[in-house]
Design a protein around this ligand. Structure first.
Ligand code: GDP
Ligand code: MN
Length: 382
């Protein structure tokens, strides 16, 4: 679950990290009032679940309350990476002497939270990783001991030669590590962590992603969810009990099982296509789940073909087939569909699909290739 910056800032502040105060507002008039209360120059920041807001024009400085109101008028309602800005954060504008990056990500390879820091802050860390990887310092945190003071201090010196700043940065790293464990974050980033002209080290941006598996035991964190800010397709899928992640490609994927869904995405890439989504319809797919899945996939205008890849175990192929027939009767598909299913009740499924005029494949490679070609407009789906 993604948090807004203002929510992430609250969490960091609770853990002792220096974060400038701020107010959330939803109208230009409220931004003006907040600017008056804060006094002086302010920064107005779009609150959407996306990075790169600065580049997209979603982070702007304003010297006066009137300017703040005008800038808020531009930012509220704008779209950043497909998400409409409904809230902004108004905070006193900080003076920046330098920008660095501090982040913790749960890393599969080391099976630990990995602390990453870089003096090349303010820009996307992916960019730094791609262009100047030597500028990123990494440390896997041992969950038995947490981030130790001497480890943090060493990384503090990787950012700042000055002792007081290195110490301050090290303190922030330890507080960030504590926050990650406290809220069950899979990612927590401060980018930029700045130094002010007076030499203070301050967190100017905050991004936290909560591991969904934590939400059950942390209702207070679960309550931070802002459904209005989520991609509508993802919110809808969650309500329907589907695991769905929207991606940028054109091959809509409907698969049962997370492993097969990932293998399917890999194969789509292997044959030159781009998946439009990750979708796991789960173990016991009743036809209604399939209908919802197809509605969600077809609502994405980027989708040029739809690929079903079902390995029937607990999932019954005939249930999925019935779902496809039911869905396409309710709303005719405008893009080609390629169906691969094998396993439990495969024969029944093929009969249902054939009767409804669909072809059913059993070979995964063949199905993926057809779906990729169809998405590229090179060939017809079966
Ligand atoms: P992001 O682009 O979504 O990561 O949003 P950030 O909060 O990181 O802001 C982007 C950039 O705007 C930062 O790297 C800063 O350079 C700049 N910025 C943000 N807040 C302030 C501020 O208070 N004062 C100044 N001078 N620049 C700011
Ligand atoms: Mn940032």
């Amino acid at each position: 679950m993604n948090l807004h910056e203002y929510q992430a800032r609250d969490i960091l502040r609770r853990h002792g990290i220096p974060v400038p105060e701020g107010e959330v507002a939803t109208t230009p008039a409220a931004v003006r009032a907040a600017a008056v209360r804060l006094g002086g120059a302010v920064v107005i920041k779009a609150q959407v679940h996306a990075g790169g807001r600065g580049k997209a024009g979603g982070v702007k400085l304003a010297r006066t309350p009137s300017e703040a109101e005008a800038v808020a008028g531009q930012i509220l309602g704008m779209t950043i990476k497909g998400l409409t800005v409904q809230k902004v954060l108004v905070a006193p504008a900080a003076e920046i002497a330098s920008e660095s990056y501090v982040g913790i990500i749960v890393d599969r390879e080391t099976q630990r939270p990995v602390l990453m820091v870089s003096a090349a802050g303010g820009i996307d860390i992916e960019e730094v990783a791609a262009n100047t990887p030597a500028q990123i310092h990494r440390l896997a945190i041992d969950p038995r001991y947490g981030l130790l003071a001497h480890q943090a201090l060493r990384l503090g010196f990787a950012l700042y030669p000055e002792v007081a700043q290195a110490r301050a940065a090290a303190g922030i790293m330890q507080q960030l590590a504590a926050a990650v464990y406290d809220v069950g974050a899979s990612l927590a980033e401060i980018n930029p962590m700045i130094t002010t002209p007076a030499g203070k080290v301050v967190a100017l941006d905050a991004k936290i992603v909560i591991d969904d598996n934590e939400l059950e035991r942390r209702p207070d964190i679960a309550a931070l969810r802002d459904p209005a800010a989520e991609a509508p397709s993802e919110a809808r899928a969650r309500e329907a009990g589907l695991t769905f992640i929207k991606l940028e490609g054109s091959v809509g994927c409907c698969v049962n099982g997370a492993g097969l869904a990932m293998a399917t995405m890999d194969l789509v890439q292997y044959y030159g296509g781009e998946p439009a989504n990750f979708l796991d319809i789960g173990g016991s797919s009743n036809p209604q789940k399939v209908v919802t899945a197809l509605q969600i996939i077809t609502a994405d205008a980027n989708v040029r073909s739809i690929l079903f890849n079902i390995f029937g175990g607990i999932t019954r192929c005939d249930d999925v087939a019935n779902g496809i027939v039911q869905a396409t009767a309710e709303f005719p598909l405008e893009v080609p569909i390629v169906i691969r299913l094998t396993g439990t009740n495969e024969r029944e499924a093929v009969a249902i699909l054939t009767k409804a005029g669909f072809a059913a494949l059993t070979d995964m490679d063949q199905a993926v290739q057809q779906a990729v070609h169809a998405a590229q407009g090179k060939g017809r789906a079966a």
